[in-house]
Design a protein around this ligand. Structure first.
Ligand code: ADP
Length: 482
């Protein structure tokens, strides 16, 4: 049994902007089930404190960090026994909305300070200097917001082992040299093998340079980030740590995302009754005012409307796509220009396209259950969760062969689908290649036997967290200091 401090800037359902929140909730729960003593460390954002009060929260201590008093609260992850420790400073607890940006969409100007203080709190807990009478064996850090923790711990002799998980290398946590000095980070850390990145401070490098083990969220992404194409300038440091770098595919919450029992969808179905899935499509068409027709193939897209998710690829040949007999349902939010273009397209094609701008988990479940095909043409994708939800719902994904998409979606010839074929894969991130893959998918939709076989393959895959938690356990065992 290990004692694990799991430091994260989001954890579902307390706070979520993306896949990190799902991992930070599911992995600790799976580790607890395997007998580990795991505590999540999370910023006490305003919305988190509201939810924590509903569950029950108590103050368990105070820390003094660089002259600022920090309260530590303890609550629980809803519907679980996992303890959550909350780091409370006004810069977290007095701001509503997105954890990282202002309502106008720009980063909070003091993000470096907020996550530095958070990391200092983690350091104090890791060293058993927070009066909690609890010292972890492992500190598991996630993405740039927590990446300074291994660098801070490096200054101490008797410290727990550290793991750093890259959920998305593109967010490197870059700040100026002035901020490096303001934070009082040790001078010797200003070095290209440590925290310096082309004359800037990179929080992310703290994890890459100092953690005992580095993981990322799929095997393909672990390889890709060691190349200039995907390495975001960090490929050199990642190559130098390649012996310590492992790809572990994320799992999904198989209970929350279960078409057999999902209370958020109109009609429950499973592998045997997947031919009834169309009832959800009809309900969605009615709800969105699209022509109701069970035999029209419906394509879904859910996600952040940012370049990474391949929005340009979808827009690049959208008119050609909409010449086909199909419907397109989009749910997402992000870059304002993408939102605007998509809304305009929905107005131009009211019988074919529905666009909902916003973040809506219930609606995401309904789209997964209703669509026949799921578009995920990401330019890069560390792991990706939506393609796994889609597979579980028998909604065949159309993906670019990168990262976790490459590791989970496989295309086979229609007459030889075997036990692997479960979707449609293209190999160049261009609108043309995406379009060709969509045409293959629409052709396959007309072949009921092949289609059903692919749905069966998709719905048989095991994406449970147990397997992944076992891999993390092995990694912990490999680095823990006795
Ligand atoms: P990323 O973390 O890069 O955003 P992932 O596919 O790993 O991408 O995870 C995204 C998660 O956020 C999924 O659980 C997805 O369903 C959810 N999500 C993204 N955008 C929306 C939205 N607009 N409404 C509801 N859920 C969303």
């Amino acid at each position: 049994m290990q004692k694990i401090l799991f430091a994260t800037s989001e954890a579902h359902p307390l706070i979520k902007t993306g896949g990190l929140a799902d991992v930070a909730s599911s992995l600790p729960r799976a580790l607890l089930k395997r007998g580990h003593d795991v505590k999540i460390l999370l910023p006490a954002y305003a919305s988190v404190l509201v939810k924590a009060k509903e569950i029950g929260v108590k103050k368990i201590g105070e820390l003094n960090i660089t002259g600022q008093t920090i309260s530590l609260w303890q609550t629980r992850l809803p519907s679980s026994r996992v303890t959550v420790l909350l780091v409370d400073i006004p810069q977290f607890s007095e701001r509503e909305g997105n954890p990282y940006c202002t309502p106008e969409g720009s980063d909070w100007s003091d993000n470096h300070w907020r996550f530095f203080v958070f990391s200092k709190a983690a350091e104090a807990i890791a060293l058993n200097q927070a009066n909690l009478d609890w010292q972890p064996d492992i500190v598991h850090c996630n993405d740039w917001q927590t990446a300074l923790i291994p660098a801070l711990l490096a200054q101490h002799e008797h410290k727990p082992a550290s793991v750093f998980t890259i959920h998305n290398l593109a967010y490197r946590g870059l700040f100026s040299y002035q901020i490096f000095t303001e934070l009082g980070l040790p001078d010797e850390h200003w070095h290209h093998e440590k925290l310096e990145f082309y004359d800037q401070l990179s929080f992310m490098k703290g994890g890459l340079a100092f953690a005992d083990a580095i993981t990322t969220v799929s095997q393909s992404y672990a390889k890709e980030i060691q190349t200039p194409e995907f390495g975001c300038g960090l490929e050199g440091v990642l190559q130098s740590r390649s012996k310590d770098l492992t790809g572990v595919l994320n799992g999904i919450d198989m209970d929350e995302w279960n078409p057999g029992s999902d209370k958020l969808i109109t009609y429950n179905y499973n592998r045997r009754t997947v031919n009834q899935k169309f009832k959800n499509k009809i309900a969605l068409q009615e709800k969105l005012g699209l022509p109701v027709n069970e035999s029209i193939p419906l394509l879904g897209f859910i996600g952040r409307l940012v370049e990474q998710k391949g929005v340009d690829l979808i827009l690049g040949q959208i008119d050609k796509l909409l010449e086909q007999d199909c419907q397109l349902v989009i749910l997402g939010s992000g870059v304002a220009s993408y939102e605007q273009i998509l809304k305009t397209i929905a107005q131009q094609y009211p019988d074919k396209v529905s666009v909902t701008i916003g973040y809506n988990e219930n609606f995401a479940h309904q789209i997964e259950a209703s669509a026949d095909l799921f578009l995920m043409p990401s330019v890069f994708e560390p792991c990706g969760l939506n393609q796994m939800y889609s597979l579980r719902y028998g909604t065949l994904p159309i993906v670019n062969a990168v990262g976790g998409l490459r590791d989970t979606v496989f295309e086979k010839p229609f007459d030889d689908i075997g036990t692997d074929g479960n979707g449609f894969v293209f190999h160049l991130p261009t609108a043309e290649d995406l379009h060709a893959a969509i045409l293959r998918a629409l052709a396959c939709y007309k072949l009921p036997d092949a289609w059903k076989k692919m749905q069966q393959n998709a719905m048989s895959q095991d994406f449970s967290w147990e397997k992944s938690a076992e891999r993390y356990e092995e990694i912990y065992n490999g680095i823990v200091k006795i």
